[in-house]
Design a protein around this ligand. Structure first.
Ligand SMILES: [Zn+2]
Length: 241
C-alpha cells in the first residue's frame, strides 16, 4: 500500500463520477486536501441522480433539482468551485455511453487534467461492495478510461473538437474509487470535518441521519489502518501504457 500526499497528485485534477454524493463519499477528503494545496479541481457528474428516491409521487425533475443543490453545497464544503452536471438520466448511463464518451473527451481536452479520478471500471468480483458494480458506476469508469487514455489523445476521435480549439490531451494517471483492490491511500485525517460536512449535505439520500457520521468514519478508519494512518481514502491507480 502506497501513501500518497496531495502534492504528489499532479494537477489539474478532473473528477468524473456517476451520481451526486459519489465524489464526497469516496474522494471528498482527498479533494479538500488538493484544494488546500492549491491544485485546480473540476468535478463532473454524469447524472443528477434523478431517480434517487423511494417516493412515487415526486418527479425526476424535482429530484434532480434537490440533488444538484445538495451537490453544490457539498462542493462548497470541500472548496471545489468547478462543478458540471451532464444530466443524463440516473440508471440509464449504459445506454448513453457513446454521447457520454464524447462529453468526457471534450471535458478532458478542455480542462487538460494530469490526473483523473473516476469509478474503477474493473472493481473486482463485486463481493465486497455491490455498489461498485452498479451499472452507472461501471459505465462511467469504463467510459472515462476510454476517454482519458484512448480517445482524448487521438486526433481522429472527434476531430471536430479541433475546430473548437480543443487539441489532443493525455492524462498521466487515473485514480479509481470504489475499487476492491486499492493500492494507494491518501491521509484525510486533517480534513475529516470537511469531508463529513460535504457528505451530510446529501439529505435526500439520508446521509445526515444519526449513525451516518460513524458509518463513514469507520470506513475511513479501516482504509487508514492498512497503511498506519488515522483516516484515509483508498484508490487503485491506473497508468497509461
Ligand atoms: Zn453512485
Amino acid at each position: 500500500m502506497t501513501i500518497v500526499s496531495p502534492d504528489q497528485i499532479p494537477g489539474p485534477v478532473v473528477v468524473l463520477c456517476a451520481h451526486p454524493d459519489d465524489i464526497d463519499i469516496h474522494a471528498g477528503g482527498t479533494l479538500a486536501r488538493l484544494v488546500q494545496a492549491g491544485t485546480r479541481v473540476h468535478c463532473v457528474l454524469a447524472t443528477s441522480g434523478n431517480r434517487g428516491t423511494a417516493d412515487p409521487t415526486t418527479t425526476m425533475e424535482a429530484i434532480a433539482s434537490i440533488r444538484e443543490a445538495e451537490q453544490r453545497a457539498a462542493a462548497a464544503a470541500l472548496g471545489v468551485t468547478d462543478l458540471t452536471f451532464l444530466r443524463h438520466d440516473d440508471g440509464d448511463l449504459i445506454y448513453d455511453a457513446k454521447p457520454l464518451r464524447e462529453e468526457l473527451i471534450r471535458c478532458i481536452r478542455t480542462t487538460r487534467p494530469r490526473t483523473v479520478i473516476t469509478h474503477d471500471p474493473f472493481p473486482g468480483n463485486g463481493s465486497q461492495d455491490a455498489c461498485s458494480i452498479y451499472p452507472d458506476h461501471l459505465t462511467v469508469g469504463a467510459t472515462a478510461f476510454q476517454a482519458a487514455f484512448v480517445c482524448a489523445p487521438g486526433p481522429l476521435f472527434h476531430p471536430e473538437h479541433l475546430t473548437m480549439g480543443l487539441t489532443p490531451h493525455k492524462p498521466e494517471a487515473i485514480y479509481c474509487i470504489m475499487s476492491s483492490q486499492p493500492d494507494t491511500v491518501v491521509d484525510i485525517t486533517p480534513v475529516w470535518s470537511q469531508k463529513w460536512a460535504a457528505i451530510e449535505q446529501h439529505r435526500s439520500q439520508g446521509r445526515h441521519l444519526p449513525g451516518m457520521e460513524t458509518f463513514f468514519r469507520t470506513i475511513a478508519r479501516e482504509a487508514g489502518a492498512i497503511a498506519g494512518l488515522g483516516l484515509a481514502e483508498g484508490f487503485r491507480i491506473l497508468l497509461p501504457t
